[in-house]
Every structure is written in structure tokens, then in C-alpha cells.
Design a protein around this ligand. Structure first.
Ligand code: 13P
Length: 294
């Protein structure tokens, strides 16, 4: 089932679990993600960033491919523009058939972030897409941004932001960052702030930088109200490692077997992560009707 993030995140909020949002640039990754979701009876979100769209997976090819795969399974699958910044990119993915967009104007001044986010939210909603915004700024792990408290999301400001932009979910900065953390350190997350954000907003919250954040942190973040977790770096590294190992074992490896080695490893990684964040087993279908497990 190909759909927007709105209903799946509403359910995740209601039943206190999180949905993986996984960066994906090609067919092998899409197959790993969607088959993992199907086997886990889990909803899933497929993310692609503007940079990934430009260098590898064009939206006009990714969107119909993911839509076709999603139609063939009986769990909800969304396709989301990750960190959309340019108006043209947003319009392009809407035309291509994405079901959701993130507008990330978090590096702008507050009022500019509101103006850009509100505009994209109205266009996306008119076209039936769900919308994610970001307030505070989730930066880069290697730059040490996870420890810069001035980048963290302010709960009172977040309330005003959500009311004025009409977004469906909000990405919050509470101590994670994108990419590998220096020296494999585990970040310290501000759970008190997360609880305040959840209390005041009462809506689906998003955690970016789901790689390397540590199992305990991730589970606690879900318990405190995170409903969507973005994961890229760890998954790409997992796929690459499996492919490198497969080639090292047999230099003349068949091209398809080489791809499948990465695909299978990524699928296992995703299934484990889905269990960790509680989305496994949340959707069970008899014919085309949804039945919830609990
Ligand atoms: P990681 O690469 O740290 O998993 O972050 C992914 C992300 O947040 C994409 O928006």
C-alpha cells in the first residue's frame, strides 16, 4: 500500500512506536526495505534527499518503482523527500508521485523557516501529500553539532511553529546529528526536552541521525515520543560491508550475487531496527483489510 506518512505516523503516535525512514537510491535498496517491512508486518518510509536524487536516483524513476513495489505488499509504504530545501525540488517530487515531503528550512531565520514551511505545507496538502518540517537544527555529527545546545529545539517556539505552518510532523533537535560520530562516541540526548516537546505539541515527532545513536538512546527516544526515525549512514555501511566481504571471498563473483549480498544484509539490518523501535507486528492484513495486533 502506497500512502502518505500522515496515517502511519498518527497510528505510531497513538500506539507509541516509531517508523523507520530509510534513505534509498536504487532498486536493490527499495527491495530490501519493502520486503523487510512486509515480513515484519511493519509500516515503512522511504526517504531520498535532493543530493541523492541528483547523483543517483532520479525521482521520476524512483517514484513509480517504489509505488509499484508498494502496491504489491499489504503494509503501508510512504515515499518522502528528505531535507527538501529548494522549491523546485518539492514541486518535482510532487509531480513525480511522492507521497510526502520534508521541507527543511531549519538553517534559516525563524520567520523565514515559518514562511517557507507554511508555503510548502499548503502546496503539498493540496496535492494530498504529508509534510514534515524542522525546527532547531540537526547538523553533522563529525562537526560536533550534536553537542551544540543553541541548535536544539525550543518547545515554546515549536508550538508557535506548528500552529503557524500546519505541518503533520516535526523533526526536533535533541542531541543526535547526521553521519558517523567522532571516535564512535554515543551522543547524549536531551530526553527532558523531548518530553516537554511531546507534552506541548501532542503530535508525531521525528528523530534525524538514527545511525550510531545507540540502542538505549533510540528505545528511550521512542518511549518519550519519537514516531519516525531517519536512518542512512548505518544502512549504507552495512550494505557496503556485505558487498566488500562477498567480493573478497570470491573476486569473480557474479554481478547479481554481488548486489544481492548487499540487499540481504540491509534487509536483516532493517528488520532488527524495526523490532527495536516497535513497528514490527503493528500491521496485520487479512485480504485487503487492516487488522491491528494490539
Ligand atoms: P544518519 O545518516 O545519521 O542515519 O541520518 C539520516 C538522516 O537523518 C536523514 O535525514
Amino acid at each position: 500500500m502506497f500512502q502518505s506518512m500522515k496515517n502511519m505516523l498518527f497510528d505510531a503516535d497513538k500506539r507509541k512506536y516509531a517508523v523507520m525512514a530509510i534513505n534509498c537510491v536504487n532498486m536493490e535498496q527499495a527491495m530490501a526495505i519493502i520486503s523487510a517491512a512486509q515480513e515484519e508486518h511493519s509500516p515503512v518510509i522511504i526517504n531520498i534527499s535532493p543530493r541523492q536524487m541528483k547523483t543517483h536516483g532520479t525521482p521520476e524513476i524512483i517514484a513509480p518503482m517504489v509505488a509499484k513495489m508498494a502496491e504489491g505488499v499489504n503494509v503501508p509504504v510512504a515515499l518522502n523527500l528528505d531535507h527538501g530545501q529548494e522549491y523546485d525540488d518539492v514541486i518535482r517530487v510532487i509531480k513525480a508521485g511522492f507521497t510526502s515531503v520534508m521541507i527543511d528550512a531549519s538553517a534559516c531565520e525563524y520567520e523565514e523557516n515559518i514562511n517557507r514551511t507554511r508555503l510548502i505545507a499548503s502546496i503539498a496538502h493540496e496535492n494530498g501529500l504529508s509534510v514534515e518540517g524542522e525546527l532547531g537544527h540537526v547538523g553533522s555529527a563529525v562537526e560536533g553539532d550534536s553537542e551544540k545546545l543553541d541548535l536544539y529545539t525550543n518547545p515554546e517556539q515549536a508550538k508557535d511553529f506548528v500552529q503557524r505552518t500546519n505541518i503533520d510532523c516535526l523533526a526536533v533537535a535533541i542531541g543526535t546529528a547526521h553521519g558517523n560520530y567522532p571516535h564512535n562516541m554515543t551522543p547524549r540526548l536531551d530526553f527532558q526536552r523531548l518530553k516537554e516537546l511531546k507534552d506541548i505539541l501532542q503530535m508525531p515527532l521525528v528523530l534525524h541521525g538514527g545511525s550510531g545513536a545507540g540502542e538505549e538512546n533510540i528505545k528511550r527516544a521512542v518511549a518519550c515520543g519519537i514516531n519516525k526515525i531517519n536512518v542512512c549512514t548505518d544502512l549504507f555501511q552495512c550494505g557496503r560491508k556485505a558487498m566488500v566481504e562477498a567480493a573478497a571471498e570470491k573476486l569473480e563473483i557474479d554481478y547479481m550475487d554481488f548486489q544481492i549480498a548487499g540487499q540481504n544484509a540491509m534487509k536483516l539490518f532493517i528488520k532488527d531496527y524495526m523490532r527495536m523501535i516497535g513497528s514490527s507486528g503493528k500491521y496485520y492484513f487479512e485480504s485487503s483489510r487492516t487488522r491491528e495486533f494490539d
